[in-house]
Ligand binder design. Sequence first.
Ligand code: NAD
Ligand code: UDP
Length: 355
Amino acid sequence: MSKSRILVTGGAGFIGSNLCRRLLEDGHTVTSLDNFQTGSAQNHLDYLKHPNFTVIEGDIFEPLEEEADLIFNLACPASPPHYQASPIKTLQTSVGGVMNVLDLAVRNRARILQASTSEVYGDPLVHPQPESYFGNVNPFGERSCYDEGKRCGEALFYAYNSEMGVDIRIARIFNTYGPGMRADDGRVVSNFIVQALKNEPITIYGDGSQTRSFCYVDDLVDGLVKLMHSSIDRPVNLGNPVEFTVRQLADLVIELTGSRSKIESRPLPSDDPKLRRPDISLAERELNWHPGVALAEGLTRTIAYFDEGLSRTRPRLRGRQSNSIAVGRSLPHAEPIVLTLPNGFAKAGLSNGHA
Ligand code: NAD
Ligand code: UDP
């Protein structure tokens, strides 16, 4: 694969920071552009001093001037409590921001990949969801700023491709989890793990019978890279097709952590999809991609990540309050680094936004 100048917008977020690491490992020159709304430069710290890496603080809703051969547009908060906290900003990012990134692709003659989402299928009436399904989305509700914003993002990609000839890729990403998530992210995997590690109640919204299919971040990043280097210019589902109820996830997290946590019910948020599972036959056939990390294995790695982060906030374990954390992974050429606490770890409680 030839070496490229790659711009990752939203690079300081959960998926973005894992993607930047992988692209540097592959030998590319990488720029992360992020407004740090939900991400943090701390997510880059194990490769921050890599000679081929640059971080820029910037917002995709503002005009962009970077130079790149390839652009991954990941900029957008993905957790419901975060994107619902400022719905107008979510729409600005998803619509005006996407236009700015597409205009940048036009000026650079760059190939551009959009991080779209399974939310374009809404509360699906077809199960599992193939790319041909048009979805069942409420345009006037709590989730609509994100769901309709992402649907408009796909429409913009289609328009720039057909009218301006922009070279596009679209990944419809299903629920992804792993190291790099914030402790206060608010999504189900991070909430359950942090609650279990603290022996606090596990908050199940509704009766826990709703399903999701959880993809480990390394698998997802691999799919994004393969899609970028493919010739598929229509939407492609990327996710793990093994489906679990939220209740099963809670039980598994309790088992893997050995937690004393009890289950606590909370109201189900409005428009919460009842079922979600990707049909990934297109990605399997065209990208030769299939996720390889089973949920129990991925959760074990993610639990270790959160346990390490949380242990830094437990004075009794360290003798004194620590403000730094060791880094598990680092790249060649990157100097050893002592991190300040990752985003969210220092906070006392969890934000779930739904309680
Ligand atoms: P995240 O919230 O951890 O990362 C998003 C990043 O974008 C953050 O660093 C944030 O600061 C940045 N950002 C937000 N608005 C911005 C703006 N206007 N300008 C510049 N930067 C901005 O979320 P994530 O889970 O890493 O998701 C990354 C992308 O993948 C998002 O576009 C999301 O919609 C998509 N996606 C994620 C999932 C998932 O399960 N994680 C599922 C479907 C789609
Ligand atoms: N959920 C839950 N408890 C939590 C957080 C989420 O039961 O503490 C549920 C949520 O209602 C949804 C599922 O878990 O049914 C996945 O939620 P998440 O916010 O991770 O992502 P979504 O797929 O809804 O965007």
